[in-house]
Design a protein. Structure first.
Length: 225
């Protein structure tokens, strides 16, 4: 048990867990305190139908999962294959915590069930971990926030209390097809997350040194007399 605790502590130490856990705690607190809150406008823009805040909070949880998945201290060696299950387990743990943070609201008895919030968490997590891998953890928020704003502002036809099919995160019910699309997007992001070190190399603080190509002189260090 001690060895497992040390391993978990070391694994968390090389990932950006402090900001991720802080954001998850904020999400959980808002979901519990604002379980019945509805949003009917953004600035001067009025919505045709008020939107439950529980549909929007998953964007914070997804960003937290994306930030927490980022390895901030990579070694200049290839990651062995045996780390792949650990990376998958780490990502699933973060996703589970994100789903739990938005499901805390169910303790307050909201009108909205837990399924739409969890659906949105999976989708935002897929976007955030992909952005964290490609753009870095500081921009993990960009795709989830952009999708949310686009859906909020342009996701519904004029003068109709409904949403376009692509604004799925605004729907208060979850269909089987939505589960399928969301799960597929999440699985694709998981595959990219686990394969990224092998595909793109290491770009962390300890980057992999470049291998000299043929014809390039190799400088040798000489010990001073």
């Amino acid at each position: 048990m001690t060895s497992a605790a040390r391993t978990l502590r070391a694994w968390a130490g090389v990932h950006a867990m402090r900001p991720a856990l802080t954001l998850l705690a904020v999400t959980a607190a808002l979901s519990l305190l604002c379980a019945h809150a509805m949003i009917d406008s953004v600035g001067f823009l009025l919505f045709e139908t008020p939107v439950s805040l529980l549909l929007l909070l998953p964007v914070l949880a997804g960003i937290a999962a994306g930030i927490g998945s980022h390895n901030t201290a990579r070694v200049p060696l290839p990651e062995p294959a045996r780390l792949t299950p650990a990376r998958i387990a780490w990502l699933l743990t973060l996703t589970g915590l994100a789903c739990l943070s938005v499901s805390v609201a169910q303790m307050a008895g909201p009108d909205l069930p837990w399924q739409p919030a969890v659906r949105n968490v999976l989708l935002h997590t897929a976007l955030a971990i992909t952005a964290a891998r490609l753009l870095g953890p500081t921009l993990a928020w960009l795709p989830p926030v952009s999708l949310t704003l686009i859906c909020m502002l342009f996701g519904y036809p004029p003068s109709e209390p409904a949403y376009y099919w692509w604004a799925v995160i605004m729907e208060e019910t979850v269909t089987t097809s939505q589960w399928g699309v969301t799960a597929t997007a999440f699985l694709v992001a998981c595959v990219f997350y686990t394969a990224a070190p092998k595909l793109t190399g290491h770009t962390g603080r300890f980057a992999r040194p470049a291998t000299p190509t043929r014809g390039m002189p190799i400088q040798h260090k000489h010990r001073l007399p």
